[in-house]
Design a protein around this ligand. Structure first.
Ligand code: HEC
Length: 202
């Protein structure tokens, strides 16, 4: 019973985030409804493109370094370059569009979700814990435009080398040195790791 209530609650939170409480009211006006639908489709298109570009850039580089020098080399790449590459992808997008990764358990404290982003991740976490299949993306109406979220799961065994429970001790020591407040360990396959957030200003 409690579980069901929790799911209903999270779905309600997410629905109101996806469409905006105000927009729900406006839905009665069909002209507005149509406009919103078109806008949301455009947001999804932009969000998909931006998140794919980020995933490709980070994932491609991670793979290259894992292959060349194993997890230690890849760790160095991640810690030195992840933020820089994210900023580079961000710069390639239009000036009204920005992209980043957020999480409830950050390795890099700069990636910690706060405010509305934290609320969305918490709602996703509750759904995930209740075995609800997560949507591929969510759209939130904000005061200045929209936010597109793409949930990020621990979807490859390689993620566990740096985010799992049995991290190689030498690697773990390096992680702890670079990230003394690291919270991004202890994950299992299929866990929700965070989300890519694409912010679109209008
Ligand atoms: C070689 C080690 C390594 C591997 C493998 C790895 N990561 Fe990470 N991950 C890191 C490091 C280091 C950071 C912090 C990067 C920074 O400083 O911005 C990080 C950060 C992240 C973040 C940003 C949030 C945060 O905690 O700072 C996400 C999301 C993430 N990793 C997901 C994944 C996923 C999903 C995989 C598997 C596809 C993966 N990682 C594989 C080392 C790794």
């Amino acid at each position: 019973m409690k579980k069901t209530t929790m799911i209903a609650l999270s779905v309600a939170v997410m629905t109101s985030m996806a469409f905006g409480a105000q927009n729900m009211k406006e839905k009665t006006a069909s002209a507005n409804g149509k406009k919103n639908k078109g806008e949301i489709a455009a947001v999804v298109k932009t969000g998909n493109a931006a998140s794919q570009l980020l995933l490709k850039t980070l994932g491609g580089n991670l793979k290259k370094h894992m292959k060349a020098g194993g997890p230690t080399d890849a760790l160095e790449f991640c810690s030195m370059k992840a933020a820089e590459l994210t900023a580079k992808v961000d710069n390639q997008l239009g000036k009204n569009v920005s992209v980043k990764r957020v999480t409830l358990k950050p390795r890099n404290p700069a990636n910690e979700a706060t405010g509305d982003e934290k609320a969305v991740l918490e709602a996703l976490e509750t759904l995930h814990a209740n075995h609800v299949r997560l949507p591929r993306h969510l759209v939130e109406k904000t005061q200045s435009g929209y936010k597109y979220y793409k949930p990020l799961l621990i979807n490859k065994p390689v993620c566990l080398k740096c985010h799992g429970s049995n991290i190689d001790p030498a690697l773990k020591a390096k992680i702890d040195k670079t990230y003394p407040t690291d919270k991004a360990t202890g994950y299992k396959m299929g866990d929700l790791r965070g989300a890519i957030v694409v912010t679109i200003k209008q």
